[in-house]
Design a protein around this ligand. Structure first.
Ligand code: NAP
Length: 270
């Protein structure tokens, strides 16, 4: 197709720490796969520095910005507008341009829905249990409710946070105990329990069994102790790498208007 050559632009992920981030692998593979000349790098910056990063994004007209810990809430005051999802969650993981307006979105929940429904082929219009009530759990609950979940039960160590998280699902959300999750088709671990390199392994309080999808947001190690325990009970374990890919894919499309090449992204981090 004849046409003007696309100018190379820059995108980044900003957080602290940031050296471990897999996002550059995902996005650079995606740009290459669709033939776009853009580049994606890392910026180490914390809450006191995020305002200056956004100012540079404006003046240099970067393509986009991924935002990670500890900046997901702190970035908000520096943006012009939020999507409804980012507004309700009070957290932004993606900054994009709408004309000359700099907008904040939260793509974690959409990434999880993509992972479970589109990548794993599991229907999300069903009963779902969520272990945890932090930022990732909240994004998951909001997106799964919007995607048609019939009921979402939230189990969390701190009850007040569970109540606030369950409210994101409206009438289909409730707070429960671990034993309430036995009739869920999908159980999501959104706590860091079982994460690698911590030296201590404490399993989340409910382990899915036969007929249940055990989706662990943790993906390091790839087979977490919770996934292993679920597998031994006949559950179907999956780790959170597909959510990482899904949230990046939504960001990629926000920035470029191009469908994300998810196969290339999976190959880049698989
Ligand atoms: P967060 O906001 O700090 O929330 C952590 C949640 O886990 C809270 O509900 C907390 O309970 C609970 N929790 C923490 N330690 C616990 C323990 N020892 N026992 C029981 N409950 C415990 O963290 P987050 O940002 O939501 O992240 C949660 C996990 O998801 C992390 O492992 C993160 O790496 C992962 N994640 C993965 C992806 C992905 O793309 N795959 C994306 C985002 C996050 P309290 O409310 O009682 O404190």
């Amino acid at each position: 197709m004849a046409g003007a050559e696309i100018a190379a632009r820059r995108a980044f992920v900003v957080g602290d720490p940031i050296d471990h981030s897999r996002s550059p692998d995902l996005h650079n593979a995606a740009f290459a796969a669709v033939g776009l000349p853009h580049t994606y790098g890392r910026i180490r910056a914390n809450e006191s520095e995020i305002g200056a990063v956004i100012e540079t994004m404006r003046s240099e007209r970067w393509l986009g910005l991924s935002v990670t810990m500890p900046n997901k809430a702190a970035v908000i005051e520096h943006l012009d507008r939020l999507t409804p999802q980012a507004e309700r969650l009070g957290a932004v993981n993606c900054v994009f341009w709408d004309g000359d307006v700099l907008c904040g979105d939260n793509t974690d929940g959409a990434g999880l829905v993509w992972a479970i429904r589109d990548h794993l082929g599991v229907d999300v219009a069903t009963r779902i249990g969520v272990l945890g009530a932090g930022g990732a759990a909240r994004a998951a609950i909001l997106a799964l409710a919007e995607a048609g979940a019939t009921h979402i039960t939230v189990v969390n160590r701190t009850r007040d946070r569970a109540v606030a998280a369950a409210a994101l699902a409206g009438d289909i959300g409730s707070v429960g105990e671990p034993e309430d999750l036995s009739d869920c088709d999908i159980v999501i671990n959104a706590t860091p329990q079982g994460m690698g390199d911590t030296g201590v392994v404490s399993l989340p309080p409910y382990v899915p069994g036969f007929g249940q999808l055990a989706y662990d947001l943790v993906y390091h190690p790839p087979l977490t102790p919770w996934m292993e325990a679920a597998g031994s009970l006949g559950g179907r374990p999956a780790n959170g790498l597909s959510m990482l890919i899904g949230q990046a894919a939504v960001q990629f499309t926000r920035w470029t208007g191009v469908d994300a090449p998810t196969d290339a992204m999976i190959a880049a981090v698989g």
